[in-house]
Write a protein that binds this ligand. Structure first.
Ligand SMILES: [Zn+2]
Length: 214
């Protein structure tokens, strides 16, 4: 247990923070980026944590522009309250036992997509150092043909030493959403998926005018 004193008081609150941007005008209307920030208490049974009545809208960051770095500025009052709730707590009344007590709260984790994670954590989620766990220790590399940064096989090192996935060289290249000629050429470099490598038939499927590299 990391904070036994905090855990000893069952009335202390465990909070989750989630956020994501959306456009209130949908696809057809004008460009507008609205960011709700929602807190949920995790003291509840799991099936209740994500119910609407236990999701508290604490911030509604207005558009029309994407907040980008000013996200921090909007978060500031919430962060201050969270720090006070952790450091000092607030006087509260427990009606079930008719007793005053000091209620404290902790931010357990955040839930967001990866770009929003960059805004919440302050760690840039773009480029070679994008992985917030590996940070400068990253083993990311640049694809020889596609020139994009690749994290292929960078995270199996976190598996237990004898985990069977450490040895598996064929099952981790599913998904072809970024499929193009360069990605097929890179595939040959980094893993054994013979059936996905570039052949003349596949090349014809791409309908590319570039034929001179085979
Ligand atoms: Zn990583």
């Amino acid at each position: 247990m990391v904070f036994p004193q905090f855990a000893a008081e069952p009335r202390n609150v465990y909070l989750c923070l989630c956020t994501d941007g959306f456009s209130p005008y949908g696809q057809s209307g004008m460009q507008y980026s609205l960011w709700p920030v929602i807190l949920s208490p995790y003291n509840l049974p799991p099936e209740m944590c994500m119910k609407r009545e236990f999701m508290f809208l604490t911030l509604l960051i207005p558009g029309p522009e994407h907040p980008k770095k000013s996200f921090d500025v909007y978060l500031q009052p919430l962060i201050k309250e969270l720090k006070d709730l952790w450091d000092i707590g607030v006087p509260a009344y427990d009606v079930s036992v008719k007793q005053n007590f000091t209620l404290r709260a902790v931010l357990l984790w955040t839930i967001s997509d990866f770009p929003a994670y960059g805004m919440l954590s302050g760690w840039s989620t773009h480029g070679r150092l994008a992985c917030p766990f590996c940070m400068e220790e990253t083993e990311a590399f640049q694809l020889r043909h596609g020139r994009k940064t690749c994290w292929f096989d960078c995270h199996r090192r976190f598996l237990p030493r004898n985990h069977p996935f450490r040895q598996n060289r064929t099952l981790f290249t599913k998904g072809r959403s970024k499929d193009n000629i360069n990605s097929r050429k890179d595939l040959k470099d980094i893993c054994k998926r013979k059936e996905l490598e570039l052949t003349r038939d596949i090349l014809a499927g791409f309908k590319s005018p570039i034929f001179n590299f085979l």
